[in-house]
Each structure stands twice: as C-alpha cells, then as structure tokens.
Design a protein. Structure first.
Length: 392
C-alpha cells in the first residue's frame, strides 16, 4: 500500500516549528538530569542507511532466551546489560532487562522482591521507602498491593535509619527500597546502616532494591573507590538495582536498566506462555528493540574512558555551581557525590527560563534545584549563577 512519506505542508510547518523551538532551548532544562550532548545523529543516519528505521523491532520477555524466531535485538540488549552489570560488580550470575524507564525498573525491583519474599514467607511484605525517595516507589506499592511504610528523611534527604529501625516489623518480610541519589536533594541512603538494622532485627525475610536512577550512571565510573563501592553488589550485597537510561547514561528517550541476581529470576518465572514459548519474567510484554541498539551504540562509542571523563565532569560542574552560588550569597547545598545542587528558589521568571525543579521544604523553605550534566561548562555555570543571584 502506498502512503505519503511526509505529512502535508501545514503539518510539516508545525513539526519544524516544534524542532526549532526545542533545539533552541535544549540547554534550558536545568532541573532535569538529561544529557543534552548525546550525539545520536550518526546512529539515526545508520538506521536510515540500513533501512532499519522502516522496520518494527520489538524485544519480548527474557533477552537472554535462545531459539526465538521473531526479529529482535536481544544480543545487543544482553551485551548492554552485561556491560552495566559488570560495572555494578555483578559476576556472570546476573540477569537483567532494558526497562521502559526508571519507574519501570523500580516496578520490576518491587515485583521481583515481592516474589522472592513470597518464596520465603507466607506473610505479606512491607515496603519501606524514605519520604525523599522517588514518588514512583510509593505508587508501585499501591499498584502491587504492598503495604508501604514511609520512613522519615534527614534534612539533607537521607533516610533516617533510626526511624527505619523503629518502623521495621520483624514478623513480616521487609522489602527495602534504597535511594542512591534522591530525586530532589540527591541524597544517598546509608546501605551499611540499613543492613545493620536488618541483621539486628532479623525480619523473617528481606530484599533490598536500589533505585540508582541518575547516580547509578556515574558512580561506577568515578575515581574514588568509596563512590564505586556504593553501587557495588559484591560489597553492598543488594538484591536488585534500577538505573535510568535517559539520565547520565545518555539515552534520548525513556529507558531504564533493571538488574538482579539470576537466582531471583527463577522465583519470578511462572509457567510458559504457550504463544510465546517461554515463561515471561518481565511485566510488559514488548520493549523497544531500538533502545537496545541505541544503548549498545552509545556504550561502544563512549567506552569506559568516555563514561569516566563524563562522570568526573558532572561532579566537578556540580561542585562549581554550588561554590559559585555560595560566593554570590545564595544559600546552596549539595550532598556527597551529588551533581544536584539545591538552593533558595529565585524569582519565578528564572525558574521558568531554565525549567528548574522546585520543592517546598519544611527546613529550607522554598527551594529549586539544578542538576549538572554532561553539557555543563564553567561558562554556563557562571551564567546560571549570575542569573540566579541577580533575580533572588
Ligand atoms: C531517584 C529516581 N528514581 C526514579 C525516577 C523515575 O524515572 P523515570 O522518569 O525514568 O520513570 C526518577 C526520575 O526522576 C528519579 O529521580
């Protein structure tokens, strides 16, 4: 069937206006942690040259399956997951999937946790999550019908582990969602202290899921071994981890990576779905086959050295922004290993100009934050700091 290759002129005009406006403002999204420097034009050119762009590509269920007739990019999905898993200290005994985003990665973390705990105890689990963790975790508790117990956070955003110890019910399985880089303040929950509470209180079973949406992209590539340890499963012994693809890892549309130990996968797999030949551990059936190609392309283009350089850069830029704001008399704050700087909210026109994210905080009052990403330069930091200082 023939169809037009382009929309009509009127629609093209609207699309072109949209493209122009978005590209002009690409560096004005400071409140959200996107890599606006990702160079995917070669990737899209390759898709056009190879005609892959005219094909529907869907990956289904377990990307590590063999004997699958449908067109797929499973190999590249597995290669990408294996690369990231090894940077989180997993050995070959890991399993993972490219999820549809950070929330989808967390959805799988809570789902896998629920299943793993159900295999150990018939009592319903409790999901413990700090008040500063991403809102999706509480919502996922609702969706999966798991009782959520919010844990207080300290004023800098870290989970209050004493409150966790008080609220922990040892008679029920504990599903602990640990924030490594809280969304607004960029706080890292103290896994060692959380692990100590679990050891001491001995709940009937426990499962720890790490939400490392943004920080999980760069912590493994920092020079500082203490930073790398935070997301190293061989040191911290967590059960699963979810990282966003479209934050530090540079994907330009929603994607996430969920990784767990392979023995947990066995507890999740149910009976095979006849028309799909295998049992399906993932919640959604179809995932983008293009995401796998794009992430593989990005990993192979940048390599460890590229990620290391970017990781050092985002932290340097975060520090510089904090310092520049403090020098200009703005109350600014930044957590250890964080590229997120939060500060007293400037005038609304500046918040809007740079699309800053805002929060009303019981301790700090009206706040805004900026996340220093790959595209930050000392010149951009100076411009932002000047703009904030003269409009506060
Ligand atoms: C800590 C954290 N977890 C999860 C998410 C959700 O990620 P997504 O927007 O990809 O669903 C975010 C998003 O900002 C986040 O900051």
């Amino acid at each position: 069937m023939n169809c037009n290759l382009r929309p009509d002129n009127e629609s093209m005009k609207l699309l072109n206006e949209c493209a122009k406006e978005i590209t002009a403002r690409k560096f004005n999204q400071l409140g959200y942690p996107f890599d606006q420097n990702t160079q995917f034009h070669e990737f899209y050119k390759w898709l056009a040259d190879t005609k892959l762009c005219d094909i529907t590509l869907i990956n289904v269920g377990n990307p590590y399956k063999t004997d699958w007739d449908m067109l797929n990019t499973d190999y590249f999905e597995c290669e990408s997951i294996d690369f990231i898993a090894s940077r989180f200290g997993f050995d070959d005994n890991h399993w993972g999937v490219i999820a549809n985003g950070g929330t989808d990665g967390n959805m799988h973390g809570i789902y896998f946790g629920r299943k793993a705990l159900a295999a150990k105890s018939s009592r319903p689990p409790v999901l413990y999550v700090s008040a500063e963790a991403h809102y999706s975790l509480q919502k996922i508790g609702d969706v999966q019908n798991v009782e959520v117990r919010p844990i207080r956070a300290h004023e800098m955003g870290q989970m209050d582990v004493e409150d966790f110890a008080e609220k922990l019910d040892p008679s029920r399985p504990a599903l602990v969602a640990i924030a490594i880089g809280g969304t607004f303040k960029g706080a890292i929950d103290d896994q060692k202290a959380i692990n100590e509470v679990l050891l001491e209180k001995k709940p009937v079973a426990s499962y720890r899921h790490l939400d490392v949406a943004l920080f999980g992209g760069y912590l493994p590539f920092l020079d500082d071994p203490a930073a790398r340890e935070i997301v190293d499963v061989s040191k911290m012994n967590f059960d699963s981890i979810a990282v966003s693809g479209h934050k530090f890892l540079g994907m330009n549309e929603p994607a996430g990576i969920f990784i767990c130990h392979k023995d947990i996968l066995k507890l999740v797999e149910g009976a095979p779905i006849p028309y799909l030949k295998y049992s399906i551990p993932t919640i959604s059936c179809s995932r983008s086959g293009f995401d796998a190609l794009k992430l593989y392309w990005h990993i192979k283009s940048l390599g460890d050295d590229g990620f290391k350089a970017q990781a050092g850069h985002v932290l340097e830029m975060g520090k510089l922004l904090e310092k520049s704001l403090l020098e200009r008399g703005i109350k600014a704050h930044r957590n250890p290993y964080s590229n997120t700087v939060f500060f007293t909210r400037p005038q609304e026109k500046i918040v809007k100009k740079y699309a800053m994210a805002c929060n009303d905080d019981p301790v700090f009052g009206k706040l805004a934050h900026v996340v220093a990403m790959q595209y930050f330069t000392p010149e951009l930091v100076k411009t932002i700091a000047d703009d904030i200082a003269s409009n506060s």
